[in-house]
Design a binder for this molecule. Structure first.
Ligand code: URA
Length: 202
């Protein structure tokens, strides 16, 4: 069994936090392990918990459309979430749940080593850039521990508030350019961020 298959099995068997008790199934993530880009959402919702796949509900349909708009399909990218099990009533993930899942996400990133890591929405963004505001930071790539992080709005936010949609579409356009030339990302962030346990992808 491959290292990745073992990881997926561990995620399915995980009981590190109480979310495991209520899930239908864990949702590890899916896509290409050779992907240049990894998308990190918040956590599985109703449809994802039911199907065992990330972003298969309405937000996922929009994500598929946005990917298609820049010539990508699911098989070209890797899609996962900060937490791998659905939270009751889709409530926001708790800090303990995020830390319980952190080693899984770190291992996924470590295996794929993408050119660009797209954080979808506030939770995913603040996991790596605590205390910062997504509306100010979105659409600007930045270096983080050797990776290029690219924060954008969550597709569900654009469904909720259609005024965010043009920004999301624009940010996908920029992502296409970033993937074509990852050298356009700015240099590594200031050192203080490297010391923070919160910020590492590992
Ligand atoms: N929203 C997320 O953040 N992740 C999913 O998988 C689905 C909806």
């Amino acid at each position: 069994m491959s290292e990745y298959d073992l990881l997926v099995r561990e995620i399915h068997d995980c009981t590190r936090c109480t979310l495991s008790a209520k899930r239908t199934q864990a949702v590890p993530g899916e896509g290409s392990l050779d992907a240049d880009v990894v998308f990190i959402g918040e956590g599985p919702g109703f449809y994802e918990d039911r199907d065992g796949r990330p972003f298969v509900g309405p937000a996922g349909k929009l994500l598929d459309e946005l990917l298609a708009s820049i010539g990508l399909g699911r098989g070209d990218v890797y899609i996962t979430n900060m937490i791998k099990c659905r939270a009751p009533n889709n409530r926001d993930p708790l800090p303990g749940e995020i830390s319980a899942c952190k080693p899984f996400l770190d291992r996924q990133i470590d295996m794929i080593r993408p050119k660009v890591i797209v954080t979808l929405g506030r939770y995913s963004f603040q996991r790596f850039f605590p205390g910062e505001t997504l509306s100010k930071s979105r659409g600007t790539p930045r270096k983080l521990n050797g990776y290029t992080a690219y924060p954008i709005y969550h597709p569900a936010a654009a469904l909720h508030n259609p005024r965010l949609r043009p920004a999301l579409e624009q940010d996908f356009g920029k992502l296409q350019k970033l993937l074509a030339d990852p050298g356009t990302a700015p240099p590594e962030e200031p050192e203080e961020q490297e010391d923070s346990e919160q910020l590492s992808f590992f």
